[in-house]
Design a binder for this molecule. Structure first.
Ligand SMILES: Nc1ncnc2c1ncn2[C@@H]1O[C@H](COP(=O)(O)OP(=O)(O)O)[C@@H](O)[C@H]1O
Ligand SMILES: [Mg+2]
Length: 282
């Protein structure tokens, strides 16, 4: 059987000089072509977990790690951070912190420079990456002249050009306005249709429900749920116990059931919710 895209076994991690681990006995895996959403309150350990997958933790950001993290079957701890960054692309929260070049095409070329990609190949990759994020025609412009949403799409393009097999996005839309959020999620949808494997950390449960195959709920460093998105979000009692909310449509059905003693089947999509609602109201 082919190796999993990501496989995490018994991962425990502590930052130096802290009493309690920030990640406690984490286990999960994802297949190629799957998108995993990670949700949980601030401080739950989401970013730390994401950085364990590309080796930044503990290789650059030190601490004590137990357990194993494998990417495409190879142990991350046995690989250099440089090698891992080819395999696992990382997009951070603030777009402007990830941008450093004078023009958009230079920005996309920048990461590839370190990989030793031949010039002709670079050109093709720049064109492809900008097309994937909808920034074709912007090559000669300054990254600073872009909106937040466009800047984040550019940051994604720069990562895509390195052709990683896995993409991790850590709250890529939390600094963006609603238009910018939509732009980034449209790109994510394209990547998903394209077969990209990825992890997305976000507080936007509506989007996570719509775009992610599976969801992992992290709470105080522990995995509280790891299941298909629908299964996680319809376990509304557990979501509330963990101080999290389900998508609004799921919350609505649950509140309705409680208020009127009904038993409408919960769902995360509007279409299904309407059907389920209709079938009990007849
Ligand atoms: N470099 C660090 N050194 C020490 N503690 C840290 C460091 N980075 C994060 N932490 C702590 O680890 C916990 C998890 O942080 P983080 O992974 O950033 O959570 P999240 O992304 O879910 O908000 C928090 O309590 C945070 O304060
Ligand atoms: Mg974080």
């Amino acid at each position: 059987m082919a190796a999993k895209a990501i496989e995490v076994n018994n991962l425990t991690f502590s930052y130096p000089d802290t009493d309690e681990p920030v990640l406690k006995d984490i286990n999960f895996s994802i297949n190629h072509g799957e998108i995993l959403g990670i949700i949980g309150p601030t401080g739950a350990g989401k970013s730390t977990l994401a950085m364990c997958v590309n080796g930044l933790v503990p290789q650059v950001i030190n601490g004590e790690m137990e357990g194993t993290v494998k990417v495409n079957g190879s142990e991350v701890s046995e690989s250099s951070v440089a090698k891992m960054s080819e395999d696992v692309g990382f997009v951070f929260q603030e777009p402007e912190n990830q941008l450093s070049q004078m023009t958009i095409e230079e920005e996309v070329a920048f990461g590839m420079g370190n990989l030793g990609v031949p010039r002709d190949d670079m050109r093709v990759r720049i064109t492809d990456a900008l097309e994937q994020v909808g920034l074709t025609g912007f090559e000669k412009r300054s990254p600073l002249a872009l909106s937040g949403g466009q800047q984040q799409r550019l940051a994604i393009a720069a990562v895509l050009a390195m052709r990683p097999s896995i993409m991790i996005m850590d709250e890529p839309t939390s600094m963006l306005d609603p238009k910018g959020k939509n732009e980034v999620y449209d790109v994510l949808k394209n990547l998903k249709d394209y077969g990209m494997t990825g992890i997305i950390i976000d507080h936007e449960v509506e989007r996570i429900a719509a775009y992610c195959d599976k969801v992992l709920v992290l709470y105080e460093g522990e995995v509280q749920m790891f299941a298909p998105s629908e299964e996680v979000f319809t376990n509304i009692k557990k979501m509330h116990e963990l101080t999290l909310n389900a998508p609004q449509v799921t919350e609505f059905l649950s509140s309705y059931n409680q208020a009127f003693g009904k038993d409408v089947k919960l769902s995360t999509t509007l279409e299904e919710a309407v059907d389920n609602f209709e079938s009990v109201c007849k």
